[in-house]
Design a protein around this ligand. Sequence first.
Ligand SMILES: NC(=O)C1=CN([C@@H]2O[C@H](COP(=O)(O)OP(=O)(O)OC[C@H]3O[C@@H](n4cnc5c(N)ncnc54)[C@H](O)[C@@H]3O)[C@@H](O)[C@H]2O)C=CC1
Ligand SMILES: O=C(O)CCC(=O)C(=O)O
Length: 452
Amino acid sequence: MSYVDEVLEQLKKKNASEPEFLQAATEVLDSLRPVIDANEQLYRKEAILERITEPDRQIMFRVPWVDDNGQVQVNRGFRVQFNNAIGPYKGGLRLHPSVNLGIIKFLGFEQIFKNSLTTLPIGGGKGGSDFDPKGKSDREIMAFCQSFMTELSKYIGADVDVPAGDIGTGAREIGFMFGQYKRIQGMFEGVLTGKGLTWGGSLARTQATGYGLLYLTDALWRDHGKSLEGKTAAVSGSGNVAIYAIEKAQQLGVKVVTCSDSTGWIYDPEGIDVALLKEVKEVKRARLTEYAAAKSSAQYFEKKNGEHGVWQYKVDLALPCATQNELDLEDAKMLVSNGVTSVTEGANMPTTLEATKYLQENGVLFVGGKAANAGGVATSALEMSQNSERLSWTFEEVDSKLKGIMETIYANISDAAKRYNMTVGGNDDYVAGANIAGFEKVVDAMLAQGVC
Ligand SMILES: NC(=O)C1=CN([C@@H]2O[C@H](COP(=O)(O)OP(=O)(O)OC[C@H]3O[C@@H](n4cnc5c(N)ncnc54)[C@H](O)[C@@H]3O)[C@@H](O)[C@H]2O)C=CC1
Ligand SMILES: O=C(O)CCC(=O)C(=O)O
């Protein structure tokens, strides 16, 4: 049996209750086959695949807090520190009722390769809690964040592990957590990214994931002799990534006709009004029905199981920016029959393995989240650099570095695909290219650092 198959089999036995982690690990290991085959003896002896798929540590803890009725609530907190071969652990904190160890592990695993692709010195980690911020008062959010950080603060630090935002964790939550860390450790340091601009945050971090997604998509289209100008896009989600993906898409001349949240979606043939979307989602924290109520060209649809939602429209590019496994095989078939040119992932693993394969085999230009959404964490690393040198760079400086990083990521993943002859549906296999390019750097560091 090949080394890859052996390790996949062990992983399935050991992590049977973690489907998302197994999905992420299968995608990565499958696409690394040519690299592993070329170095099988060394990698087997050094147990590289066993080591890279086993987190350095998984921290799980109780998060007690008091709600507005005086009732004590208990949530579960997680931090998975996966791999620090190339830098301190780095990755966001997800606050969502669906959070469990397997989800945090899949996200932390993906972060190893994504962070390596940024070209910056950051390792992979992820954390979060099954706490649901929806409908909570500011005081309840603060109580939860303070309790969460009271425990987490024992395991993180500016050179150890630097968390940031993710689903459910935005500027407000990062503020409450930073305040509590400072209070407990008696120290002001760059322990979190996504901070406010008056206390160590970086300009352009808010925009970075969405903008970066479009910089990479633009590089992809240009490399294939195409222009985004005048094209139409479907976006899912209406959070941080989706909002700034829509904003940058529009700046590049793309009309975005959809967005969504967990209860439904908007179709707006005139194009999404980003200012209105920001007002509804960032200021009022309201549902998308408010967007539809304020704009006559927009229609709101309640989500029902088995419907294609935002993926049913005839568009040139699809930008999934909500959550994992939100674009399945049936959605992929719909997109292909409507002639979509590219799917580039703003969210982490939004496309199922079957859907990815179908899109690629049918000639769609497909770039997975590890490469396409790396602009967020890359800009977090730029925030860490600014914190270390006690300086703040201008918006233009950070944005131009972000654009350069996304163009380099695209060049590196295409190069890796070409070096290993990885093609699918007549295109370079960018999924394999991203996994290979991310892996090469981490494995090199792991081999140099001995058995650890
Ligand atoms: N914020 C960041 O810098 C980065 C975020 N990501 C990924 O992008 C995705 C979106 O994250 P953010 O925009 O930061 O979060 P957010 O909390 O700002 O927005 C999340 C969006 O997804 C929707 N959503 C959440 N769960 C859903 C579900 N089960 N079904 C349908 N919709 C759902 C929410 O309604 C919201 O519109 C996630 O996969 C996240 O891991 C990836 C890289 C960086
Ligand atoms: O900025 C960061 O450190 C975290 C970003 C993140 O969680 C992600 O890339 O999925």
